[in-house]
Design a protein around this ligand. Structure first.
Ligand code: UD1
Length: 364
């Protein structure tokens, strides 16, 4: 197949493009080298149409999209701004890149008669993870209250009786409850893609990535996930700062597994819209991730600070069962191996134009 990977010069996109090529596909990459991910454009690069084999163009530009879609069978849409960002001043750029960009891409695909889309979505569409109250069963806590967080009470209580909750795995049909600008734009992408699929009788495979890490991850920026932040701190000789009490549960999934999930999604049988958790199935706490990285790096040991970020959710861990059953995707890199290798893997310099860093042999 001929696959267009948007955002294919970025951290995840470059691994996806490489995995598709290894699987025998023709790959075209479209990327705008957004400064939030790639730093300022190198001097002298001007408006070069191709950089490192990548079509330099923006998914918000209908002409760039039209050119990139030529003779394409499937689009794998990775181009997006991620993370919390700097502040609400970022809001228009998130909506522009993520939602206007998706809209322009989908219109171009409809025009070109392309009916298969693999969409990079995120677990952030769920908001908080899944919880069970011993008395009230499955429940959905609201955003945590500032006085509770200030008092160091980080676990969200049962909204009905205030009891302590147990955590459970989030299935794909859990209610969607985006709690950040980024999350809202990711959910809007899923909705736009669904509307497009109905209009063109198309196929959308939305991959809800959990906490992706691995070689080539960008260094610490306001847009980085926690694994990159910890890893960058260690490289500077600074202790990773673990917020709250370090007990927040996440699913850290290796980028090579995410790339494999995208390859599998390109071949998904069936039409219509389906969403899949792309996770490792091995929940770990943020404190455990910090410790694993610090030990493998050789210190300094993490510090648990008790700080919190208001927009953060407490636990999100997911069931990988649907992706296993329907895509044949199962993560191959276990937490201990992946974190150990990530501790010494190259990070992406913020100004690098971006090709996938080589995978360590044992996870490639
Ligand atoms: C993250 C990404 C998101 C991505 C998603 C799935 C954000 C901000 N980040 O969500 O882009 O789509 O995974 O891959 O949405 N923490 C620390 N110390 C730090 C920084 C963070 O302890 O220096 C803690 C946070 O308080 C939080 C946890 O680590 O509890 C995870 O943070 P982060 O990776 O930023 O956010 P996620 O919600 O997991």
């Amino acid at each position: 197949m001929h696959v267009l990977v948007t955002g294919g010069a970025g951290f995840i996109g470059s691994h996806v493009a490489a995995a598709l090529r290894s699987d025998g596909h023709d790959v075209t990459v479209l990327d705008n080298f957004h400064p939030a991910a790639h730093g300022p454009a190198p001097t002298g690069s001007g408006a070069a149409p191709v950089r490192d084999g990548v079509l330099v163009g923006d998914v918000r530009d209908p002409d760039a999209v039209r050119a990139a879609l030529r003779d394409v069978d499937v689009v794998v849409h990775q181009a997006a701004m991620v993370g919390l960002g700097l502040d609400l001043g970022d809001l228009p750029e998130y909506v522009s890149c993520n939602d206007l960009g998706t809209a322009v891409l989908l219109a171009g695909m409809a025009d070109a008669g392309i009916r298969r889309l693999v969409l990079a979505s995120s677990m952030v569409v769920y908001g908080e993870g899944r919880y069970t109250c011993p008395t009230h069963g499955p429940t959905r806590p609201g955003p945590r209250a500032v006085p509770d967080l200030d008092a160091g009470h980080f676990e969200p209580p049962c909204p009905t009786c205030g009891a302590a909750l147990d955590t459970a795995l989030v299935p794909e049909d859990a209610p969607l409850d985006p709690r950040s600008v980024y999350a809202a734009t990711k959910l809007a992408q899923e909705h736009l893609a669904s509307a497009w699929a109905r209009g063109v009788d198309g196929t959308v495979t939305a991959l809800r990535y959990h906490n992706v890490y691995g070689p080539g991850m960008p260094r610490d920026t306001p847009y980085s996930g926690v694994a990159a932040i910890f890893r960058s701190a260690l490289e500077r000789g600074v202790a990773p700062r673990v917020f709250e009490d370090g007990g927040q549960l996440r699913d850290f999934v290796h980028v090579s597994d995410v790339a494999a999930a995208n390859v599998a999604a390109c071949a998904r049988d069936g039409v219509g819209v389906a969403a899949y958790n792309i996770c490792s199935g091995q929940p770990r706490t943020v404190g455990e991730a910090a410790t694993a990285l610090a030990e493998a790096f050789g210190g300094p040991a993490p510090v648990v600070t008790g700080e919190y970020r208001l927009g953060d959710v407490r636990h999100v861990v997911a069931s990988p069962n649907r992706a296993a059953a329907e895509l044949g995707y199962t993560a191959r890199v276990d937490f201990a191996t992946g974190m150990r290798e990530f501790a010494s893997a190259p990070l992406r310099a913020s100004t690098a134009p971006g090709t996938a860093a080589p995978l360590p042999a044992s996870v490639a």
